[in-house]
Every structure is written in structure tokens, then in C-alpha cells.
Design a binder for this molecule. Structure first.
Ligand code: SF4
Length: 401
């Protein structure tokens, strides 16, 4: 299997009010050149930990990677090739950009460096809502960015259910974005905890559901089909990188706070992650080793136990409209476990939250609206697998929970 790589760039023009990613205002931390050199060092020191030598997708996320000089981004991509990774001829190479940070000159450097997909953090065309979110760009900046990207492969990030937003306001956003015919769109319902300053004044839940319906039916009219709970694309323009997360495949997360996953380590897979502290990250990338557990302190990796792997596996596959394939379950888990999961899935089919066809289970229309409840029902606890015959993988049917 080829590898997918995520590179975290923690610089932002501003800290948006709703954001909980590990990012900083770009003047508040070390200069981007120094951060990029740490990323290069991490690549040189850790690439041997991955047996996969071919890269299918590379994703620069953040943060706002487009704030950096584009040559730094291209240098990071080149370093992966320098240490011996081969990029597949059709590798998908994405960079997140925010309006007001893309210029024609930057775009030229990206394209010449092999970047072939852009993810635009536009959110809304309503300037008052943008400012409420704490974003520095305007709708005018977004229009200019989308004009620059016309004809290229890009995705538009739409944020909805914002405080004070109405269905009519959302409709205006949808009509405006449609005029640019984006090949891909990600629609995110604002999520903030109770008591957060942006939690009040939001549309009530029934209106949020109506908004989601409106998004889906409007996007259908412009040829964007829903392929994941929050993602819509023209046929063939679905995000390949995100597909890796949804299909239980390997990814290497490079940079501050990045998470990595390998399904082939441990009994059911292993997750490991970089620290959130810039100081600690700088120290850790100095270390060079042949084994993750030798360079990462306890608390920065976990071997997935059966109930954790089963939970992640069912949630991730079910996010997609293709759903959870029975053969994938059989490939990863022992037969007794698969039977137990199947009986839970069947109960959800009977409740009308899932549908099943051709060896797959998918969220029904109602299940999509109640996806949090479906995922709760498919959250496995150690006690669910207390029978030792139910705790193993296909390879090791008697491992511990
Ligand atoms: S630009 Fe994106 S990553 Fe940066 S603070 Fe805003 S939402 Fe978070």
C-alpha cells in the first residue's frame, strides 16, 4: 500500500474565534523558515520508520500553509523525494489556502512544484459573519481567490449555522459559490462547546437540519454529489487524501501536533503523534531512530485495543456514502467479532438509521441527520468484548482488550 502524508503548518493570519487547532498568529512564533527546517529534519530523521516508499497523497494543512513563502512548501515536498519516496504519477498534492493569501506568483510556484489541489478556507461570503468569526479576509478576497483558481482542482470550505445566520443568508452563499462551479465543497456545521461566545444566537437545531438539506439539494443541481457526511464533489474529484482516513489506511503526520496511523503495527494498528509544544517538537525532531516507540515518549503513541479499533473502524467507514463493507470487517477482525458487530448494525437497520445493500451498511437519510447517535451506538467498550474469544484480530484472536 502507498503512504499518505500530512504536513501541519501552524501559522495563521489571525486566530479565529471558533478554532481549536494547534495554530498561532504568524508573528507570534518562530519564523516560518526555522519551522520549515525542523519539518525537513523530521522527514530526514524519521522516513525510515515507514516501509511504504510510495506516496499517493500529500496534504499541507494547518493553519494557513499559504501564508508561507511557497518555496518552503515546495522544499518540504522535495525533501520527501530526496529521502527516497516516489510520488505516484497521479499523486494528489493539496495545500490549504485562505483568501487574501494567494497571489498569481504564489500559484505559479505551487503549480511548478507539483501542487495540484487547493482547499480554500472561504467559510461564507457574508462580511459581517466573517468578522464575527474573527477572520481577517473579506468576501471580496474570496472572489479574487476563486477567480485565480478557475479551471484548477480546488475545494471550497463552507461554514454554516453561524450565529444570526438565516436560511436566506445560506442560500445567498450557495448561489454565489455555485457561480464559480467548484469541483469540490466541504460543508461544516459550526461546532462550539456550550458557553462559548459563538454558541448563542445560532439557528435552532431543526433549522440547522433544514440548512443541511438545502446545501445537499442545491449542490446536487450544480453536479456535486455527496460522498461523505460533509463532503460533496463532481464525479472523480473526491478528496483522495481524506479517503485514506475513512478507509483505515496508513498516514504519516509531520509537523507540530500531527497525528500518524499505521494499521499494520500492533494487533489492530497504532496511532502516534507529535507534541503540541513548539519547544518539545523542536527537541524531538532531533532524534533519529528505527522505531516510533524509541523516539516518542509514553503518551504520544497508543496501540489500539480491539474495542478502540472497532469503534474507529466503523465510525470512519460509515462517514462515507459508500458505507462500511462487510469484507473490510472480515479482513481486519476475527469472525466472532464480525458477528457481534453485524448484530449491532442489524439493530440499527431495524431502527431505520442504517441501510444495507450489496455487502455494505450505509447511513440512511435519518441516520445522516442523527449520525452522532449512530456513532454512539457503534462505540464499543471493553465490556462489550469481555468474552476473550471476541477480543482478537484475525491474526491474533486472543489478544487483550
Ligand atoms: S484560519 Fe483556520 S486554522 Fe487558522 S485559526 Fe482560523 S480556522 Fe483555525
Amino acid at each position: 500500500m502507498p503512504l499518505s502524508v500530512y504536513v501541519h503548518i501552524p501559522y495563521c493570519l489571525q486566530r479565529c474565534r471558533y478554532c481549536d487547532f494547534t495554530t498561532f498568529e504568524w508573528t507570534e512564533i518562530l519564523p516560518p523558515e526555522r519551522y520549515a527546517s525542523q519539518v525537513l529534519q523530521e522527514i530526514r530523521n524519521r522516513h525510515r520508520l515507514w516501509p511504504e516508499r510510495e506516496i499517493a497523497t500529500l496534504y499541507f494543512g494547518g493553519g494557513t500553509p499559504s501564508l508561507l513563502a511557497p518555496e518552503l512548501i515546495v522544499a518540504i515536498k522535495s525533501e520527501l523525494a530526496n529521502v527516497g519516496f516516489r510520488f505516484q504519477p497521479d499523486a494528489e498534492i493539496t495545500i490549504e489556502i485562505n483568501p487574501a493569501t494567494l497571489t498569481p506568483e504564489k500559484l505559479d510556484v505551487y503549480l511548478a512544484g507539483g501542487i495540484n489541489r487547493f482547499s480554500v478556507g472561504a467559510q461564507t461570503f457574508d462580511d459581517a459573519l466573517l468578522s464575527l468569526c474573527g477572520r481577517k479576509h473579506s468576501a471580496r478576497d474570496t472572489r479574487a481567490t476563486l477567480e485565480l483558481l478557475r479551471g484548477y482542482n480546488y475545494s471550497f470550505d463552507l461554514l454554516f449555522a453561524l450565529p444570526g445566520q438565516t436560511s436566506e443568508g445560506l442560500q445567498r452563499d450557495l448561489e454565489e459559490v455555485s457561480a464559480f462551479a467548484p469541483p469540490h465543497l466541504s460543508a461544516y456545521c459550526l461546532t462550539v462547546p456550550e458557553g462559548h461566545p459563538m454558541a448563542s444566537g445560532r439557528p435552532p437545531e431543526n433549522e440547522q437540519v433544514e440548512m443541511f438539506d438545502r446545501i445537499e439539494s442545491h449542490l446536487r443541481t450544480i453536479g456535486l454529489h455527496k460522498y461523505e457526511i460533509s463532503n460533496f464533489a463532481q464525479v472523480g474529484m473526491e478528496s483522495r487524501h481524506n479517503g485514506v482516513y475513512w478507509r483505515d489506511e496508513s498516514y504519516w503526520g509531520i509537523g507540530l501536533s500531527s497525528h500518524s496511523y499505521s494499521p499494520s503495527l500492533g494487533t489492530h494498528g497504532m496511532r502516534f503523534w507529535n507534541p503540541k509544544s513548539l519547544k518539545e517538537y523542536a527537541l524531538q525532531v532531533e532524534r533519529c531512530a528505527e522505531d516510533f516507540t524509541a523516539i516518542l515518549p509514553d503518551g504520544q503513541y497508543e496501540r489500539l485495543k480491539t474495542h478502540e479499533a472497532l469503534t474507529d473502524f466503523s465510525h470512519m467507514f460509515l462517514r462515507t456514502m459508500r458505507g462500511l463493507p462487510e469484507d473490510a470487517l472480515h479482513n481486519k477482525f476475527a469472525p466472532l467479532i464480525v458477528e457481534q458487530v453485524k448484530s449491532r448494525l442489524q439493530r440499527l437497520v431495524e431502527r431505520g438509521w442504517l441501510e444495507s445493500s450489496a455487502g455494505h451498511w450505509q447511513l440512511s437519510r435519518e441516520g445522516q441527520l442523527l449520525s452522532n447517535k449512530v456513532f454512539e451506538e457503534l462505540t464499543f467498550l471493553p465490556a462489550d468484548l469481555a468474552d476473550r474469544r471476541l477480543t482478537g484480530s484475525k491474526a491474533d484472536p486472543y489478544c487483550s482488550v
